[in-house]
Design a protein around this ligand. Structure first.
Ligand code: NAD
Length: 310
């Protein structure tokens, strides 16, 4: 089986390439990545063909997709705040990039296309838990680009019979997720600050909740979807329904690191939703073989990785 991973030099991509490299049925792995937020070091020691460039480059995609059985499309400019700074850049990379990937897939004879959308599409819809039938209500340009990604996958399935599967990732965390950039996610940022004895910034009162998913669990689901060729044009939540407040998250980090964090409260962030929790029922039906890694185990792995980085 030949698989292309766009965004394969990123956090989730690097973990996925590593997981797929261990699968006996996977014979060839190719990565397309422009290294805008990713790092080739995430692929160190792995047997991959690397195509450096943008997913908006049709000729590059034609080379990379030739003979591929499946494409996992992860390339995107992630983060809500980044999209507030430069909405057009997010649109080009995430929405136009997805359209180019789908066009290239069509030219390549129709490989299985799995793509990353985001829980941010639920936006201001207050209903909890978030099930896939709820109305979407994006609150940021980033969320619009992810909704567009899903819509294009569905359209290509219905218009061109392309076998697709869009996933709504929730808050993914784990080894490989960097803390040292302005758009870093909360878990690596807080673990790094706590280990360094620096203050931890809490936006709002910290009672907002998130459904955190360990990256190893995400990779298990993606691997299962690839190996069993799961096709569905309707988006599937990729989270198991954990509801953890940010204050409880910080307590878990303190307990794992055995360090008392210095807390600093600031105002809430624009575009952030207050509560996020997945309804994981469809995920469990489609992937009965996958059990999630427990939060305590995932946090411990992440602390170890961040604590041993140079
Ligand atoms: P990441 O930034 O680590 O990875 C994204 C990768 O895409 C990087 O390697 C980057 O260099 C590459 N890239 C960006 N724009 C590109 C372009 N135009 N052409 C080619 N490559 C490009 O982020 P991640 O956390 O690994 O996210 C992977 C996917 O999952 C993204 O689509 C993101 O929107 C989605 N997602 C992530 C989360 C999360 O919690 N991490 C949550 C919801 C959705």
């Amino acid at each position: 089986m030949q698989i292309v991973i766009t965004g394969g030099a990123g956090f989730i991509g690097g973990n996925l390439v590593q997981a797929l490299a261990e699968q006996p049925h996977v014979t060839r792995l190719r990565v397309v990545d422009n290294l805008s937020t990713g790092d080739k070091a995430n692929l160190a020691g792995l047997d991959v063909d690397f195509f450096e460039g943008d997913v908006q480059d049709a000729a590059l995609l034609d080379q990379a997709f030739h003979g591929a059985d499946a494409v996992v499309h992860l390339a995107a400019l992630p983060s809500v705040p980044r999209s507030l700074q430069d909405p057009l850049a997010s649109h080009h990379a995430n929405a136009t990039g997805t359209l180019q990937v789908l066009e290239a897939a069509r030219r390549a004879g129709g490989p299985h296309v799995i793509a990353a959308s985001s829980s941010s599409v639920y936006g201001s819809n207050p209903h909890l838990p978030k099930h896939e039938g709820l109305a979407t209500a994006p609150m940021s340009p980033y969320a619009v680009t992810k909704l567009t990604t899903e819509a294009y996958l569905s359209a290509y399935h219905h218009s061109f019979d392309l076998p697709v599967l869009p996933f709504r990732f929730f808050n993914v965390y784990g080894p490989g997720q960097r803390a040292d950039h302005p758009y870093a996610a909360v878990i690596p940022k807080w673990i790094s600050a706590t280990l360094a004895g620096e203050p931890v910034t809490i936006h709002g009162d910290g009672t907002q909740t998130r459904d955190f998913t360990y990256v190893g669990t995400v990779c298990r689901v993606l691997t299962d979807a690839l190996l069993h060729r799961v096709v569905d044009p309707r988006p599937v939540n990729l989270a198991f329904g954990t509801r953890l407040s940010l204050l409880d998250l910080l307590a878990a980090i303190e307990s794992t690191t055995e360090v008392r964090a210095l807390k600093e409260h600031t105002g809430p962030r624009i575009g952030d939703v207050s509560h996020s929790q997945a309804d994981g029922a469809r995920l469990r039906v489609l992937f009965p073989r996958v059990q999630p890694v427990a939060m305590s185990e995932g946090i411990a792995e992440t602390v170890t990785w961040l604590g041993t980085r140079p």
